[in-house]
Design a protein around this ligand. Structure first.
Ligand SMILES: Cc1ncc(COP(=O)(O)O)c(C=O)c1O
Length: 508
């Protein structure tokens, strides 16, 4: 029998909804009050704010009851994640207040927290008044010192000092006269995508067992750099409360983008003593109903680690078992000194390759890169984000990239390897531990305990003596006893820097 429906009934239900919303918010407010109290205790005990185990216990407790709620468990998990991240925010604010009080007393602060915004910082009285948290802060301070007339050797940033290929110079000169400066298709010029498809087949897939790889240009999208590729993928595939897995130490952008989008990062730590090999079981343990993407970056920034085919296969299997996306940032894939296998060689449908012209062709300021996936849906979604945000990548830069693909960047690789070897040899005579990098353009070295110092203290002393290096904690909070040495400068300068490091440590 049909019920007699009326607008009065809708209004009544709406009132009920208001009431329920109020009740929900009252309960949330109560929850935040509890979080604040827990935060105070954590502060006085000086313990980490983020506790993965405690979080998972809350989540599992709720999910165990999911049947009673008649709600989609995945949705419930996202709601719980949002509540947890709000609680962490509140606790971080309190922690920062406490930290600032300490900094006011003009001393080092080295708090163990799990928000990239709130990691320990140092305010220097001798070198600069600026806060230092990451390699970019060091770069800014170094620039400030240079402006004051001080000479600095830059080993803090990852920007190759090579010139882009010569052909790019000619192309740049002609672009104005040939009027190649308009909007293009959002996915990029067809000519560039054609060339990229051959580049993927011939270079990136060079170790592949897959015979006759024929990358489809339609599966490629040109992006304004690798960083935007990652941001675009995250914003097209993730919703607030979703989760990604990141293996640390890591270039911080994945976590920063995730934070910005309200996405939770679950961290798996790797360490020097196990040669930066990620523990597969730990990755598996972090996968839950809200996990969407496993992020990989090999050759790794900062460690230079390259994963073996076997390890990659295990990660692909994990992703496949839980139907996860696998985002592989391979911007250092041309700087490989040991065998390297690209994610594309595993033919995993949900794998996404991120690559860029920045490091490979020394074209950082051109802001151009690309993403590739066998899953057309992913590329379509990324295209939508790009159409919204940028219309298309600048046409002149696309032509330059297309021309760059006709050159062979292999010489850069051998030069970089020589520099890496120079840094390693120098550090081997100093109180640092490291693993010789398999690839990339950095050496990530642990400061020996005998020096009784932290990354920030050492960074500060080296800056004062004219050498800029990156503090380890910028790549994960467990690495505050590490320094990242970038090898983007000539061997002569590296040797000078090593001498300064030796002297600085002696004085210590
Ligand atoms: C691992 C990694 N991915 C991506 C990038 C940024 O690349 P792009 O200049 O193409 O945005 C960097 C820059 O340092 C990086 O280290």
């Amino acid at each position: 029998m049909k019920r007699n429906l009326s607008i009065e009934e809708v209004n009544q239900l709406r009132n009920e909804m208001k009431q329920v919303t109020n009740e929900i918010l009252t309960l949330i407010s109560h929850r935040m009050e509890i979080a604040r109290k827990i935060g105070e205790i954590k502060n006085s005990l000086d313990i980490a704010i983020v506790d993965d185990k405690a979080e998972l216990s809350v989540k599992n407790h709720v999910l165990d009851n999911s049947k009673n709620f008649k709600l989609d468990p995945e949705f419930m998990g996202r709601v719980v994640n949002l509540l947890i991240s709000e609680a962490i925010k509140i606790q971080n604010v309190e922690r920062m207040k406490k930290l600032n009080e300490r900094v006011k007393d003009c001393e080092w602060s080295n708090q163990d927290q799990n928000s990239r915004n709130d990691i320990g910082t140092y305010k220097s009285s001798t070198v600069t008044k600026r806060e230092i948290k990451s390699h970019l802060d060091v770069f800014n301070v170094a620039k400030q010192l240079e402006a004051e007339g001080k000479s600095i050797i830059h080993m803090e940033v990852g920007e190759p000092d090579f010139l882009p290929p010569k052909q790019v110079r000619e192309e740049l000169k002609q672009i104005y006269d040939k009027r190649k400066f308009h909007y293009t298709q959002t996915s990029g010029l067809s000519e560039l995508r054609e060339r990229l498809s051959k580049y993927i087949d011939n270079f990136i897939g060079e170790n592949s067992n897959t015979i006759n790889r024929a990358t489809n240009p339609e599966d490629i999208i040109v992006t304004p750099g690798g960083r935007f590729g990652i941001f675009g993928i995250f914003s097209s595939l993730l919703r607030p409360g979703d989760e990604i897995i990141v293996i640390e130490p890591a270039w911080p952008a994945c976590q920063d983008c995730a934070n910005y989008l309200g996405v939770k990062t679950r961290i798996v730590k790797s360490n020097l003593d196990t040669l930066w090999e990620p523990n597969i079981e730990e990755i598996e343990n972090q996968i839950n109903i809200n996990t969407k993407i496993i992020c990989l970056n090999y050759p790794n920034n900062p460690t230079g680690k390259i994963l073996s085919k076997d390890t990659l296969q295990k990660i692909v299997s994990l992703a496949s078992k839980s139907n996860l996306y696998l985002l592989s940032d391979e911007v250092y894939s041309h700087y490989t000194y040991e065998p390297f296998e690209s994610i594309i060689n595993f033919d995993y449908q949900k794998a996404i390759l991120i690559n860029s012209f920045s490091k490979t062709f020394a074209m950082t300021g051109f802001r151009i890169g690309f993403a590739y996936s066998l899953d057309k849906n992913i590329i379509e979604k990324l295209k939508e984000v790009q159409a919204l945000a940028i219309t298309s990548v600048a046409e002149p830069m696309q032509h330059c990239a297309s021309i760059a693909l006709q050159s062979d960047p292999k010489t850069y690789r051998s030069i970089m390897k020589k520099r890496i070897d120079t840094v390693c040899e120098g550090l081997s005579k100093l109180p640092f531990d490291y693993v010789v990098p398999d690839g990339g353009m950095y050496v990530f070295a642990r400061i020996d305990k005998s020096l009784n110092t932290t990354d920030l203290k050492l960074v500060e002393r080296l800056l004062a003596n004219g050498v800029a290096v990156a503090p380890g904690r910028g790549f994960g909070l467990d690495y505050s006893n590490f320094i990242r040495f970038s090898t983007c400068i000539e061997v002569e300068k590296i040797n000078k820097a090593l001498e300064v490091i030796r002297r600085t440590i002696d004085i210590n």
